[in-house]
Ligand binder design. Structure first.
Ligand code: AMP
Ligand code: MG
Length: 414
């Protein structure tokens, strides 16, 4: 089944809204066993929408349109579709009643402008929207199906999953591919590619490398028609080759957890706790650790110690170390980690001190130089990083590498 995706909205063409709907729809379609035959983004203009819809319908088994269904006059997707199919629009009283009811439940009266959202092309079947007011629509044109979904990502997703993907899955002749996601941290893409070179010979496997400059490399295994024993062998080879660089895996691609969740699981499994001492990351690591619900089980607290005085006062760093080695140095990173660990009474103390830039670098201590410290019950370790990129990337990558170091340490059997 060949499916074409049309995303509509001036805000996308202006670069203000990132077209995440396209990516999400495409992922869902691939998992449902369909081929995405193409994608186009167009502005909120009736004629352009009508032309794009007509072209898309001519070359695909199904077309998914998203965006431009709001109540305001700039949203004209319904008009464009009516023009493409040469049908009229009518007000769907059931939708009006439902929208009116949604407003009533939150104690408001529906503004009359919202009636616009209930204007649907003749012949359209309404797909219920469980999470918002704009309805989804399903139409047929020749042998192609046309789905129209709201642009608000949560509403798009709800209708896609409840009404669109089940039908696509049922109609796809090709068996749905088996998808497996493996997430790694602390290992470069090129090294992963070398270690997994042998997977090139696995029939039916396409392996996608999804690197994120600050969050590591995800590996998406898509097996089409590969028998189960060979799938298992391929994944076993990946596990052997990548070892502890893998922090999580999942079937499908939706239930993957983040590094901070994996870290939390490792800490909880050991009954361990952590405390932080951050300088150049300014609380970014604490933010990510506490993004995880239930992190109070293992996160005791942390200091953001930017000034030398704060490192001395809050972490007990010896002023002589700062004077002799400077704040960005191995001895200070070690002292910060140990200070956080003892002051909070945690199993682990993790510290970061570095030069995020753009200023502040010297030939001996260039921008991107970062020292990490990790205090454990067995002693204190330190690691030197030279992180590429501008200030934002230096901070983000440092946070990732620090969290990953702690995760690896916590996973190691005592
Ligand atoms: P609309 O249905 O065009 O009124 O869109 C409502 C809101 O949904 C927009 O303001 C955007 O924030 C968001 N949105 C629309 N299209 C997309 C898209 N393709 N990807 C992500 N967000 C979108
Ligand atoms: Mg819009």
């Amino acid at each position: 089944m060949r499916v074409y995706i049309l995303t509509i909205g001036n805000e996308i063409l202006l670069g203000e809204t990132l077209d995440t709907n396209m990516a999400e729809i495409a992922r869902g379609l691939v998992e449902a066993g369909a081929d995405v035959s193409g994608h186009l983004t167009i502005g909120d203009e009736v004629g352009a929408i009508a032309r794009a819809v007509r072209d898309a319908l001519a070359g695909a088994d199904a077309v998914i349109v998203t965006g431009g269904l709001g109540p305001t006059p700039d949203d004209v997707t319904q008009e464009g579709i009516a023009e493409a199919l040469s049908v009229a629009l009518h007000v769907d009283e059931e939708i009006v009643a439902r929208v009116r009811e949604r407003f009533r439940r939150i104690g408001r009266t529906m503004p009359e402008i919202n009636v616009r959202q209930a204007e649907v092309p003749d012949g359209a079947v309404v797909l219920p929207n469980p999470v918002g007011t704009a309805p989804g629509l399903r139409m047929e044109s020749g042998r192609a199906i046309l789905y129209v979904l709201p642009g608000v990502p949560s509403e798009m997703r709800a209708i896609l999953e409840a009404s669109v993907l089940p039908e696509i899955r049922a109609r796809s002749q090709a068996p749905a591919p088996v998808i497996h996601l493996v997430r790694t941290a602390g290992i470069p893409e090129s090294e992963i590619a070398e270690r997994l070179a042998a997977l090139g010979g696995v029939a039916g496997l396409s392996l996608a490398f999804l690197p994120d400059p600050s969050f590591g490399v995800d590996l998406r295994f898509v097996f089409r028609g590969t028998p189960e024993p060979e799938r298992a062998d391929a994944l076993a080879l990946a596990r052997r080759s990548l070892g502890e660089a893998i922090y999580t895996e999942c079937h499908g691609a939706r239930s993957a957890v983040t590094l901070e969740v994996a870290l939390g699981e490792a800490l909880r499994a050991r009954g361990a706790t952590i405390a932080l001492a951050e300088s150049c990351t300014g609380g970014l690591i604490a933010k990510r650790v506490t993004d995880v619900a239930g992190s109070s089980d293992y996160f005791l607290g942390g200091f953001v110690t930017y000034a030398n005085d704060a490192k001395i006062r809050d972490l007990g760093v010896d002023p002589a170390l700062l004077a002799e080695h400077g704040a960005v140095s191995e001895p200070v990173a070690r002292a910060m980690a140990e200070g956080a660990r003892t002051r909070f009474g945690a199993t682990y103390g993790l510290s970061v001190t570095g030069i995020a830039g753009p200023g502040g670098g010297t030939p001996e201590k260039p921008v991107g130089l970062v020292w990490l410290g990790l205090a454990t019950p067995d002693g204190v370790q330190a690691r030197r990083l030279q992180v590429p990129g501008d200030r934002r990337w230096v901070r983000a990558r440092t946070a990732q590498l620090a969290l990953d170091w702690l995760r690896r340490e916590a996973r190691r059997t005592p």
